[in-house]
Write a protein that binds this ligand. Sequence first.
Ligand code: GLU
Length: 474
Amino acid sequence: MVRVRFAPSPTGHLHMGSARTALFNWLYARKMGGVFILRIEDTDLRRNVDEAFGAILEAMRWLGLDWQEGPYYQSQRLHLYREVVKRLLEEGWAYPCYCLPQELEERRREALKRGEKPMYDRHCRDLSPKEREKWEKEGRKPAIRFKVPLEGKTSFRDIIRGRIEFLHQEIEDFVIMRKDGIPTYNLACVVDDHYMEITHIIRGEDHISNTPKQILIYNALGYPIPQFAHLPMILGPDKSRLSKRHGATSVNAYRDMGFLPEAVLNFLALLGWSPGGNREIISREEMIEEFELEGVKRHPAVFNMDKLIWLNSHYMKTSPPSRLAHLALPFLKREGLIKEGDYPIEILERIMPLVQERAKTLEEMPRWTDFFFKQEIEYEQSAVEEWLRDELHRKLLLLAKEVLAVLEPFTKENIEVALRGLAEREGVKAKEVFHPLRVAVTGRTVSPPLLESLAILGKEKTLQRITQALKYVG
Ligand code: GLU
């Protein structure tokens, strides 16, 4: 049975790159009928975990990445790591290191001066019991280091990148437990992955250099070694590693910018993987169906904001209006257009089809729909000059008000017949009637479809707007 895990540190937000890692783990579990486990790597106890982790859980729920086990917290498993470290010490795989940070630093600098690699110089690897006792008596607390073999190499086959090899002489005797008794990432990760029976470790490429260290620990403990799949880096458009410099990096920031979860999910899936046939639009179900770890690319993926916007507008267009209305509501509230509970959601549902072809994000919704909610609308000056100033247009607007005032019922079809009839009687093109009316009602020359908008706005408000506009231009 496939068992995979996503193991974020509580950083306070879910980075888009981490979300991609979570998604690929989730997809693989779904595809293989396996289990997706969530584990919080919170051994860095200085951080407030609850707060920092809340946002990560929120983002995962928003994306619909549900887990079957966890969250497990490493901070609650310290006894387990300590037991394992004790065993490694007893069996000669690890040793206490009494060096102080400043001593390590000094020797590192000297090594650099000699032109050597600044690795830990194994100072405490072969201390005699007497020397150890001396340090203990002095009250120095040791860190625990892993005894890396002096010769040979560790290699593994990565599902995505093929065979990878590291010479032991390139790996220093790394710390597995700090002086304060807190395990380091490499140790805790191996112990957890073993006890959680993880079969496939799917994570970012930045962890490749940790993998030989982890394999050395697996071997020392006689644990079976899981499979590894390291996902390609994500780069910004300038081909440097994706960072804040390139814009928002957290999932929640994209949510707040008005992206739909299905668009973000689709976008993340394409960061390093693609379905067959050059398709870009892919549903959650199709992703599960088609996802293959072997199909993940080795070369870095580039974060393309235009593509995300394009995907989002696709999902905006194809969303059922009722769903879109609920998603748009917080954005309309945020702009103060709708107050808590004062606007019938059914009307919002009628508005959505008029704007979902036009707004690329939910954040653009207020700009497209504000005239439905405002009491006083603001006019675009150029629109007023073009369509409301001259006598003919003012006259047509007044006549439009008269024909609309007697219209019953106030439907799109009736409005259209009435306005076209008016244009014909006056011997003008229909647009000479429509445009001034559009400016009067929406304040702009570009708006959602006019006739539908009027019907939704209703007769009373439409007439009011016309009166206001006529008054405005005197
Ligand atoms: N906590 C590590 C990280 O956030 C997990 C790495 C791993 O998956 O092994 O990068």
